[in-house]
Design a protein around this ligand. Structure first.
Ligand code: F6P
Ligand code: MN
Length: 341
């Protein structure tokens, strides 16, 4: 006789249910916020569908133009950019959007309702890695509007990172993951493609207070300040007591490098250099949302001297240096950069 099947996983927590249960904890919640995150998870699945087809269809390859930050725009960037906008423009949750791929604000079409939230996103981070089948991702940041009604404005978008009400990212890697935080822990969900649902796989992610991995484009070494160079040389020195030398890992997709740092600890750095004094990464689309996530997991994010989330933004595509990861590692980097070590 066959023995009855045992179900080893007793609790399935879908992303939808997690978001809804989170919102129910806030008295007076309208469900708008759940709707917004739901829209993002749908957009993520649509982008994933195309990303997994890369190489099979004629969607790979570069277009003629370069984006605001000088990167070559791949066709999948455009697809992701448009898909996220289209998935989010009609829900009535948003008053305005901004995307790394667009110079100006993205306005909600007049025939749709305007909501109380603002969405800022990097549609396809690390797109230079697509042709090599290496992890890419989408990064998002949500603020509450500061203007009262109607179309959202630049003022609604240019808010400091500490006022984000949610942030997250979606990783298109060996599996697809949705990681988000609304201020109550950082939670990761993995897509089960057979049922099309994100299932809770990483509950309450916390970053180790110190790690043993550093992540940076060391090819830029000769463009760095003497303080930065000294910091890296320190990480490479042999010292058992402090776990050195650190290992170097660099995917070249920010969101993938930060995801690994979140899970394993250590530090990701994109410092300013003689070519790009403010580094390469964008405050609104990359540094703020990832800073929010990493801080809520117990880590830190700095531009070398200031907390990333405290920086008052002055323009949509502004860049800042980024030092992000384990608290003790970021603090040590700051000390080196200040010449105190
Ligand atoms: O979005 C910018 C980006 O593609 C990041 O994802 C990545 O970490 C970085 O650029 C890589 O820059 P570099 O090629 O200078 O190391
Ligand atoms: Mn990016």
């Amino acid at each position: 006789m066959q023995s009855p099947r045992t179900i080893s996983v007793l609790k399935f927590m879908t992303l939808e249910r997690h978001i809804m249960e989170g919102e129910l904890q806030h008295p007076g919640a309208t469900g708008e916020f759940s709707g917004l995150l739901h829209g993002l998870s749908l957009a993520a699945k649509l982008v994933w569908r195309e990303v997994t087809k890369a190489g099979l269809v004629n969607i790979l390859g570069t277009t003629e133009r370069t984006n605001m930050s000088g990167d070559i725009v791949k066709k999948l960037d455009e697809f992701a950019d448009e898909t996220i906008f289209k998935a989010m423009d009609h829900g009535g949750h948003l008053c305005v959007m901004a995307s790394e791929e667009n110079e100006d604000l993205l306005h909600i079409p007049d025939h749709y309702q305007f909501g109380k939230y603002v969405l800022i996103y990097d549609p396809l981070d690390g797109s230079g890695n697509i042709d090599a089948n290496v992890t890419v991702g989408t990064i998002f940041s949500v603020h509450k509007r500061v203007t009262q009604s109607g179309k959202g404005t630049l003022k609604d978008v240019l808010q400091p990172g500490y006022s984000q009400v949610a942030a997250g990212y979606i990783l298109f890697g060996s599996s697809m993951m949705f990681v988000y935080c609304t201020g109550h822990g950082v939670h990761g969900f993995t897509l089960d493609p057979t049922v099309g649902e994100f299932l809770l796989s990483h509950e309450n992610i916390t970053i180790p207070s110190r790690g043993s991995i550093y992540s940076m484009n060391q090819g830029n070494f000769n463009r760095w300040s003497p303080e930065m160079q000294r910091y890296v040389q320190y990480l490479q020195q042999e010292d058992k007591a402090t776990g050195r030398p650190y290992s170097l890992r660099y995917v070249g997709t920010l969101v993938a490098d930060v995801h690994r740092t979140l899970l394993y600890g250590g530090i990701y750095c994109y410092p300013g250099d003689t070519k790009n004094p403010e580094g390469k990464l964008r405050l609104m689309y990359e540094n703020n949302p990832l800073g929010f996530i990493v801080e809520h997991a117990g880590g830190a994010a700095s531009d070398g001297s200031r907390r990333i989330l405290d920086i008052a933004p002055t323009s949509l595509h502004q860049r800042t240096p980024l030092f992000i990861g384990s608290k003790e590692d970021v603090s040590l980097a700051q000390q080196f950069l200040a010449g105190k070590k």
